[in-house]
Design a protein around this ligand. Structure first.
Ligand code: ADP
Length: 411
């Protein structure tokens, strides 16, 4: 039997060619170690391990697959006395991208759960196989440690049917599980709660629009702590303009490109997922670069400006739509790489929205900061905030609550 008094949770985020990991101590919120393995399966892979209080260890060597990557990270943890057999380790929390309709909560992993994650591969062909590889290896390396799946989709399973349904033939939709699932759920959950806390209110009494703007980007409308709409759909392609993804598009564009340009389905998939968004519009998918070019007055300023404007216009449409969905909005919360760091994006999204009770104070917006903070003028009807996301902490918290039966004092 394992020592149930430990307080460490290992969070694993297994992507198609990378594994990111973080060990958290839930007793005091510290992070004893973390790291990543990148470029798995390529000629040389990159491994990095950061023990708290110790020097970084990094190296390049071939890492053939996810199993080898997890073995390597387990060895690194072992070197710091934090191995998978440490009595301190109470659970491993796995980020799983697609939980379909069934997984509405974090779930202890057993064979039935892995089978269901596998069954969902057709709706998440890029993500769920990698997540499964991580789960299977972790189960074999640490068979006695409880393992928990925390699903990106779970927070959105509270969406009402009228927000989750596409207006297509119901029989076709049901047979092929075509509906709106939403993603980035752990972030939307964490940030909507964080926004309520910042306002000193109960999440159950607070309505929040969350704008998660990273490489992938999504918006959500959260009413009293429950998601009622989100911008991503069957896949993470729908909704906002992203680094390389188009977001919303007339589906007839696909037929048009197929019929007129002779592109295959795979080519169009690649175009919309990897060569669109900011990258497609201006050649750069990094918002820092887009902002730099816009200010440069150089020959490529114009396309950067257009990319920025398209990006912001789409965001403003979602803010407006979610005001209508929620009826009353208490806060708009910006998060993730762009949301947390790009003051010009926040300024532009909120410009001219005083009619909706929303405004940004230029000084507060421009001031550096790394914690949750208000950027709206004092006394605004709607609080506009920056709430840094922490998906690893949220996964660890949900995992720990499940295996320890506690609520960690959460409101
Ligand atoms: P991921 O979705 O990969 O987790 P992140 O949340 O780390 O992404 O966000 C990555 C994005 O954040 C990139 O487009 C990057 O340009 C943007 N970003 C990071 N720092 C800044 C900054 N200081 N100003 C503008 N954009 C930034």
């Amino acid at each position: 039997m394992r020592n149930t008094r430990g307080t460490h949770v290992l969070v694993l985020n297994t992507g198609s060619s990378s594994v990111k990991y973080r060990l958290l101590d839930m007793a005091d919120g510290s992070r004893p170690a973390g790291g990543l393995v990148e470029r798995i399966g390529e000629r040389t892979s990159y491994l990095r391990h950061d023990p708290a209080g110790g020097p970084r260890r990094e190296r390049e060597e071939p890492v053939a697959d996810h199993a080898t990557a997890l073995e390597a990270l387990a060895e690194e943890l072992e070197r710091d006395g934090l191995g998978l057999d440490s009595p301190e380790l109470v659970a491993i929390g796995h980020r799983v991208v697609h939980g379909g309709r069934r997984f509405t909560e974090p779930t202890v992993i057993d064979e039935a759960v892995t089978a269901e994650i596998e069954r969902l591969v057709p709706v998440a062909p890029l993500h769920n196989p990698a997540n499964l590889a991580g789960i299977r290896t972790a189960l074999s390396l640490a068979p006695d440690v409880p393992q928990v799946a925390v699903f990106d989709t779970a927070f959105h399973t509270t969406m009402p049917e009228h927000a989750a349904r596409y207006a297509i033939d119901t029989a076709v939709a049901d047979e092929h599980r075509v509906r709106r699932y939403g993603f980035h759920g752990t972030s939307h959950a964490y940030v909507s709660r964080g926004a309520a806390e910042l306002l000193g209110r109960e999440p159950s009494e607070t309505n929040v629009i969350v704008l998660h703007l990273g490489n992938g980007a999504s918006a959500s409308a959260v009413a009293g702590g429950r998601c009622v709409d989100t911008s991503m759909g069957l896949t993470p392609l729908e909704g906002l303009v992203m680094g390389t993804r188009s977001g919303d598009i007339d589906p007839a564009v696909v037929f048009h490109l197929s019929r007129v340009a002779g592109m295959s389905v795979d080519e169009i998939d690649e175009l919309l997922n990897r060569r669109s968004g900011l990258l497609g519009l201006c050649g750069d998918n990094d918002m820092r670069e887009v902002l730099r070019r816009m200010d440069s007055d150089g020959p490529d300023a114009e396309s950067a400006r257009l990319a920025f404007d398209v990006y912001v216009h789409r965001l403003r449409k979602y803010v407006g739509a979610y005001c209508a969905v929620l009826g009353r909005v208490d806060a708009v919360a910006f998060t993730a790489g762009i949301g947390e760091n790009a003051a010009p994006v926040r300024q532009a999204v909120m410009a001219g929205l005083r009619g909706l009770g929303m405004a940004v104070d230029p000084e507060l917006n421009g001031a550096p900061g790394d914690g949750p903070r208000l950027i709206s003028p004092p006394g605004s009807r709607v609080a506009v905030a920056v709430v840094p996301t922490d998906e690893e902490l949220e996964i660890a918290t949900q995992t720990y609550e499940l295996v320890s039966g506690g609520t960690m004092g959460r409101k």
